[in-house]
Every structure is written in structure tokens, then in C-alpha cells.
Design a protein around this ligand. Structure first.
Ligand SMILES: [Zn+2]
Length: 449
């Protein structure tokens, strides 16, 4: 057999492993049913970390271990919202301080800069009502804080959507004003009330913050040429405390674990090593991955590409958003691998400042985020009570794991399409400025330059 035939055989063997193995669903069951939401620094998180570490060790990976990082722990209590005497269901957004607050409401639309300009000084001292469309929740929250609002009510823009959760703090900083998630129906109702005149919100929330630690899980698949560097495949295994975090992100965790298991079967084909990393603390501001990037700074030069799976169990197109210097060839290589068999959309030159790949993208490492669209039940999605195991599309998840494994196998075996170097700090800053993220990152203490 030629070298090509040997490689082709190995690839088929690896794909057969993924498509015929019964491992994927039990992994999802343990992560979701035994470990619940795996909220950072909780007992559920500890149990999940130990399970992931032991599984990776059982698959034969080298040096499977956990690494501790400091984080601001948080526990929710009761939350009550009353507007004009009407009690509306709400939930505290993680990181929110406790409060007993009475203040007028102000409708800030979708919370974009133009909305805040329109309202101007009238937002000061009021509770911001904001709809989740356009920019990220954290950007809207930062704007509300800057505008002098005293509270933040947030709704997703989807009929039937449950009150969403989602953290307010970044990098373990305390959140300056209380924030709560409300149902879209409540959002619309408050909007109708506001048409009739000024309305006062009464928001009462119990919550507790405490110093704590989170756990990342790290393991290696060594390649034949240690000097050639490593590929990093990663996902955050932590989720929110109100559901199982099945889609976000037991799905990514299981896909990366499954890719790792299958790559072990063909490890004699790997030239570059593959480092497997399952992060915690993503949902409270990518705390685990940024701690890793900080504490392993001198190893980052060896990392040739970060492949981050965040939400890969929906049945729609697998979107791959790639950032970094000189990434055209690797984007093309992934498009070729996808062919017609995989429903994949590779987009280069994108900056997605949320999720863990960005902890590395910030430091110039070529990094991508893989995420599936087309959720079966959009109104029961991530960050709601509806993010449970039954929402996961197993076939899509298997396909995501298979594509992840194929990309890693091909790039490890033949690293030619990988970027020639990392982006410099100046290049990264220029990209972030052009994308309009500088102010936001500075407001959130994430501007590392
Ligand atoms: Zn996520």
C-alpha cells in the first residue's frame, strides 16, 4: 500500500469508529442526567470534571488531569418582579447582586448604541428594558451601566421563549447593577403598559457571590513530531444552573471527547499532537480558558490552531468562524473536507468575541468556533429551562464529531495548510478595532494589550 492508501484506510477506520460507536449518547446522558447544568464551582461541575478526565484516560490519552483556576462563585435565590401591580416571572442573571429595587422602567429597544442615544439622559436612574436582538447581551448590559441605569431586564426575541439566563459579570468582576431575564410575553406586556405612561418596576432578588475555583480538564494525544506543535480541540463543559446545558454545551463536550476517542484509533497517522481541553467557567465570562491562556502563555507558540465546539447538537448547518493571520488555506482545506457530505459553512476573517476560542484569538493564535444552527425548538434554546437532553439531535452531533475529527486528523497528518505564524498583538488589536470591539472589551476588563 502507498502512504496515501494507509492514510485513507486510517481515516475510514476513524469514521467507522464514530458512526458505529455507542459511546456518544451515554456520554451525553452522564453529562446531562448525572451532572445537571455543571455550573462553575458547583458539585455538579466537580463530578463532570472527574468523569471527563477519567473517560479521556480510559480512551488512552496521555496525562489526563484537571487544572484549577480562581473564579467568582455565584448562587441564585428567589427572584420577583412586579410591574404596576402585575407579578411577572423572572430569573436572576448569574453574577447579579441581590437587590430590593423600585424604579421607573425605560424601554431601550434592542439596546444598540442608537437606542441609548435616542433615550439619552432619560435612562439615568431607571430600570432598562432590553430585547435580545443584534449585539450580545453583555454589550447591551455594559451600555445600560454606562447610561446610569439601576437595573436591567432582558428578554429573548422569540415568541414562547422562556426567561433567559446568561451571566452579567466578566472575568470574575462583580456586576455593577442587578439584572434579570424575563419571558418575551412579559417583555411585550411591559411594552404595552409603557405606552399608557410611566411604570415602576419592583425587583427583588436574592443571590450570593463567593470566592471559588473552577476546573479545566486537559489531556494529550501525542504526535510523531513533538517539534511540529499541537492542535487544540476544545469545548466548555460548564453550563447554567437552571437546566442541563445539553445543547450549550454538553454537545460540544461530547463531540470533542468522541473526536479524541476516535483519533486514538489512528494516532500513528498524527504528526502534530492534539491537545484536548474541556473548559469550565465559560458561561461566566470564559474564565477557564482565559486562565489557561494566561498560565500557559509560553506554550501558546506551539499551538497551531484552536478548534472550539460550542453548540454542535442542532440539526442545521455547522458554521465555522475562523480568525487569525494567514488562515485562507486552512479555511479552503476545511471546505474541501466538508465537500457535499457535510453541511458546513466555513467563514474566514470573523471575530466572535464570545466563547473560548477567543481567549486564544486575543493572543494571536489561529482559532475557530464551530456551532450548529437550526435548533429544533428555538424558544427552548440555550440559557433557558428548555436546554435539556431531549433537544439534542444525535445524528447532527455525530456528524459534528466526525467533521471535527477529520479536520484534526488531516491537519495533524499534513500541516501544510496551517497558518505560517500567529498574528502579532498589533494585528489583533487592529482587527478588534475595525470590528468595533475595543470599547466593549475595555469595559469588561478583557483588553489585554
Ligand atoms: Zn456555549
Amino acid at each position: 500500500m502507498t502512504t496515501n492508501d494507509t492514510f485513507h484506510d486510517a481515516e475510514l477506520k476513524m469514521l467507522g469508529e464514530i458512526w458505529s460507536s455507542p459511546a456518544l449518547w451515554p456520554t451525553m446522558r452522564v453529562l446531562c442526567d448525572d451532572c445537571n447544568g455543571r455550573f462553575v464551582a458547583s458539585d455538579d461541575e466537580r463530578r463532570a470534571a472527574a468523569y471527563i478526565r477519567d473517560q479521556l484516560a480510559q480512551y488512552g490519552l496521555t496525562d489526563a488531569h484537571t487544572e484549577e483556576f480562581p473564579v467568582r462563585g455565584w448562587r441564585r435565590g428567589e427572584a420577583q418582579l412586579t410591574v404596576n401591580g402585575v407579578r411577572l416571572v423572572c430569573i436572576g442573571l448569574p453574577g447579579t447582586p441581590p437587590c430590593d429595587l423600585q424604579a421607573p422602567l425605560v424601554d431601550l429597544g434592542i439596546g444598540e448604541p442608537a437606542d441609548f442615544t435616542r433615550v439619552g439622559e432619560a435612562a439615568r436612574g431607571k430600570v432598562a428594558l432590553v430585547l435580545g436582538k443584534g449585539s450580545h447581551r453583555l454589550e447591551k448590559y455594559a451600555r445600560a451601566v454606562q447610561a446610569g441605569c439601576v437595573g436591567f431586564l432582558f428578554s429573548n426575541a422569540e415568541v414562547g421563549t422562556l426567561p433567559p439566563t446568561g451571566s452579567l459579570g466578566f472575568g470574575g468582576q462583580p456586576a455593577p447593577i442587578p439584572g434579570a431575564g424575563i419571558a418575551y410575553e412579559s417583555y411585550l406586556r411591559i411594552g404595552r403598559m409603557l405606552q399608557a405612561g410611566e411604570q415602576t418596576a419592583h425587583l427583588h432578588m436574592d443571590a450570593e457571590a463567593f470566592p471559588a475555583t473552577g476546573l479545566n480538564v486537559i489531556a494529550d494525544i501525542p504526535g510523531s513530531d513533538p517539534a511540529a506543535g499541537v492542535l487544540m480541540a476544545c469545548a466548555h463543559y460548564d453550563g447554567h444552573d437552571i437546566a442541563q446545558g445539553a445543547i450549550d454545551n454538553a454537545s460540544g463536550t461530547a463531540a470533542v471527547m468522541e473526536a479524541a476517542r476516535a483519533l486514538m484509533v489512528v494516532r500513528d497517522q498524527l504528526k502534530l499532537g492534539v491537545r484536548i481541553a474541556l473548559w469550565s467557567g465559560e458561561e461566566v465570562g470564559m474564565v477557564g480558558s482565559s486562565a489557561y491562556a494566561r498560565t500557559h502563555l509560553n506554550e501558546l507558540a506551539q499551538v497551531k490552531l484552536v478548534f472550539n465546539c460550542d453548540i454542535v447538537g442542532n440539526p442545521g448547518t455547522l458554521f465555522i468562524g475562523l480568525s487569525g493571520y494567514d488562515t485562507d488555506r486552512v479555511a479552503d482545506a476545511m471546505r474541501k473536507l466538508a465537500g457535499k457530505e457535510y453541511d458546513v459553512n466555513v467563514v474566514g476573517g470573523t471575530t466572535i468575541p464570545y466563547s473560548d476560542h477567543f481567549s486564544f484569538g486575543l493572543r494571536g493564535v489561529p482559532a475557530l468556533m464551530a456551532a450548529t444552527g437550526g435548533p429544533k425548538y428555538p424558544h427552548l434554546g440555550p440559557h433557558t429551562y428548555g436546554d435539556t437532553l431531549d433537544k439534542v439531535d444525535l445524528r447532527a452531533l455525530r456528524s459534528s464529531a466526525a467533521f471535527t475529527a477529520r479536520v484534526l486528523l488531516h491537519l495533524s497528518h499534513d500541516p501544510e495548510p496551517l497558518p505560517a505564524r500567529h498574528a502579532t498583538a498589533d494585528e489583533v488589536q487592529e482587527v478588534l478595532r475595525k470590528a468595533g470591539y475595543e470599547d466593549l472589551l475595555k469595559a469588561q476588563n478583557r483588553w489585554i494589550f
